[in-house]
Design a protein around this ligand. Structure first.
Ligand code: GLA
Length: 394
């Protein structure tokens, strides 16, 4: 299997594991973060998304223990956390909050009748936290792989993603869609996945291997409002479906409404609900069209659709913010940028741009000062490549 994680990280985690527990780990797993190229706020509307796994991940090194304790150490926080598999509870000490994802997966395994083994483990990640690149999904999926490895079982990718989503919804308490866990579990090197979030099927679409780069730009604006606004958007979409069902009785989600049908009944929706529905319905359409463009090698068209996605998220879905808009504007001002948009839930976090490879240097040089001038904040830029989804390395 393709191995994306450079061995220095693996050597580092194995070395630290030895130091902490006195023997080599028998298990090493990894799960990547993600960047969504297009298809935003569509996954909880049964729609389409088009993310790629990135070359930053969470690694867990582990060895089973004979008892029902999990002893974990996070190298990033220099912090340990221990819990019992009997009646798993969230961490009470705020410094151990990172362990809630590990706890959540232990909990969901029990819920699903797969009684996990106790283990010693070490966690090492380089997915930036709170930046909208799904460090939490990476942590959940990696934890799930580690518990599965401890039990000597294989959990198939879609199932692993569903377990991670349920764990995040029910144990961590955030009502997320399936995109982040799905791409972390099933991503493919050099491909983005067109995921049908209703059917839970996907198509791996090759990304251009030369001439075009994916550039992520972190606004470094922490995503304060995101959880409450996220839940509000979900409720608004459900309301749109309820109203539209009066005219389109067969629908169960916004995914089922075509753009033409939406136009026909748009004036029956209250203004805010109407905007939310227009975003979701047009975004599904853009996502499918962007994949067609990519397959035809039409990167310029793909970029235009990314730009249109951002405008829709900003004006209709209203999940952007001045920092994201400033970063998008700074990116689009660079010659050789095909398209730029916010990525992930919004209200801060990162943008994603598709950039002619020879223009990446200019991007790195010119975007941060322009962004700083507009916002007073420093931008962090990462050029990334699509990486393999979660894997057991050892
Ligand atoms: C977050 C959620 C995803 C998805 C995006 C918005 O990342 O975890 O499920 O809804 O927001 O597209």
């Amino acid at each position: 299997m393709a191995m994306d994680t450079p061995s220095p990280k693996i050597n580092e985690i194995e070395r630290r594991f030895m130091e902490l527990y006195g023997s080599a780990p028998t298990i090493v797993v990894r799960a990547p973060g993600r960047v969504n190229l297009i298809g935003e706020h569509t996954d909880y509307n049964d729609g389409f998304v088009f993310p790629a796994a990135i070359d930053r991940d969470v690694l867990i090194a582990a060895s089973p223990r004979p008892d029902r304790q999990v002893r974990a150490f996070a190298l990033n926080f220099n912090q340990s956390s221990t819990f019992s598999l009997q009646g798993v509870q969230p961490a009470t000490d705020g410094r151990e909050r990172w362990s809630n994802y590990l706890r959540a997966m232990a909990w969901i395994f029990q819920e699903e009748g797969m009684s996990p083994q106790g283990m010693n483990c070490v966690v090492l990640g380089d997915v930036p936290l709170g930046a909208g690149l799904s460090s939490s999904a990476a942590m959940l999926v990696a934890s799930g792989l580690a518990f599965a490895a401890g039990l000597g079982i294989e959990v198939e990718g879609v199932r692993l993603a569903l377990l991670a989503q349920k764990a995040e919804q029910q144990f961590v308490g955030v009502n997320v869609g399936i995109m982040d866990q799905f791409i972390s579990a099933l991503g493919q090197k050099d491909h983005a996945l067109l995921i049908d979030t209703r059917a839970l099927t996907y198509e791996a679409v090759p990304l251009p291997q030369s001439g075009v780069s994916i550039v992520i730009a972190d606004t470094n604006k922490k995503r304060g409002l995101v959880d409450s606004e996220y839940n509000t958007r979900r409720a608004e979409c459900e309301r749109a479906v309820e109203i539209l069902q009066q005219f389109l009785p067969g629908i169960t989600a916004l995914r089922d409404v075509s753009l033409a049908e939406f136009e026909q009944y748009a004036d029956r929706l209250p203004e805010v609900i109407c905007r939310r529905a227009r975003h979701v319905i047009s975004e599904d359409d853009r996502t499918l069209r962007s994949v067609t463009a990519l397959k035809a090698g039409d990167i310029a068209r793909f970029g235009e659709l990314m730009n249109a996605s951002h405008e829709s998220l900003k004006n209709d879905y209203q999940v952007s913010c001045k920092e994201l808009d400033a970063m998008v504007a700074a990116a689009r001002a660079i010659e050789g940028v095909y398209g730029a948009r916010m990525t992930g839930a919004g209200f801060g976090g990162c943008t994603v741009s598709l950039v002619r490879t020879e223009a990446v240097e200019t991007f790195l040089r010119e975007v941060p000062p322009r962004y700083k001038q507009a916002t007073g904040l420093n931008a962090t830029i990462y050029a990334t490549t699509a990486s393999q989804g979660a894997q057991r390395i050892k």
